[in-house]
Write a protein that binds this ligand. Sequence first.
Ligand code: QUE
Length: 334
Amino acid sequence: MAALETRQDGRIGRILLNRPDALNALDLPMIREMSQVLVWWRDKPRVNAVVIEGAGERAFCAGGDIRALYELARSGDAESIETFFREEYVLNRAIAEFPKPYVALINGVCMGGGMGVSIHGTFRIATEHAALAMPETAIGLFPDVGGSYFLPRLPGALGMYLALTGTRLNGPDAAHAGFATHFVPRRRLAALSAGLAQDGAAVLAGYAEQLPDFSLARHRTSIDRCFSASSVPEILHRLEAERSDWARETTAALRARSPSSLCWSFELIRRGEDSMLGQCLARELALTREVTRHQDLMEGIRAMVIDKDRNPSWRPPRIEDVDPAAIQAMFPAS
Ligand code: QUE
């Protein structure tokens, strides 16, 4: 079976991300095929909407093909790395500009590249089994696929918090935060999917469930107070001043992430506040060139994805030792 399956079903075009053993992570052939089918369906009158899903019970899409990135970086193939990111970001933009309803059914892990093929669409339907996150600071990357566009547009400082900590949100929480547009229980997802093919996106409202309370609601003022600070060290100072269990846990989460990655991600998201999606993606592509030269990316992928020891040794190891001028130099004139 192909890693990407596309077909017409009633009034919709269906995309199935079908690499369940790799949590449906996106490789370059999948990205290319998706881009092609969207061009085809864009102008096809009988296709009124697009519905994208992930195969299997565990994942919508865990991200980009990080293992392939690791191998390319190891063999020094910077050109192929650049091609992968460029084509992935072009696809993200094509989804944002797709003129028909584009609906992602998210019933499992949806991280990084998975967010990129869902959040730019019209609707994101998340179940109680969904786990949405931008976890890239754990591997020494940064929230890409337009993260520097959509994260600063979340309420308050929530986007900076989610970007730096990589916190995972379940379906209802994702809908509260703005990652998802609807919460639909898993047991109703098959009926919704069939309904979309028969009657189009108008059926959505009939399936959405009322949201339970946002589990981050009681931390929202602290999140806004701390994560609106003007630098990563200042965020840590403000967390220390909170003197709460939540603030201590958040500090520990940040201390486990790549210090350099926290700093370039912070700067990227700040710059994204005032930029259009296309500018954000161009800035992200330029930043991939800088970051793939940094040792933390290889070390992070090794520790989190390849060896899974979850014990990376970052260089420099402390946030306080990251040179702010070196971070600024990674953002030439943008
Ligand atoms: C942070 C990430 C990713 C991650 C783990 C992190 C990421 C990603 C994958 C991943 C997972 C399973 C696969 C695969 C890649 O893991 O972006 O190929 O089979 O794609 O802690 O950002």
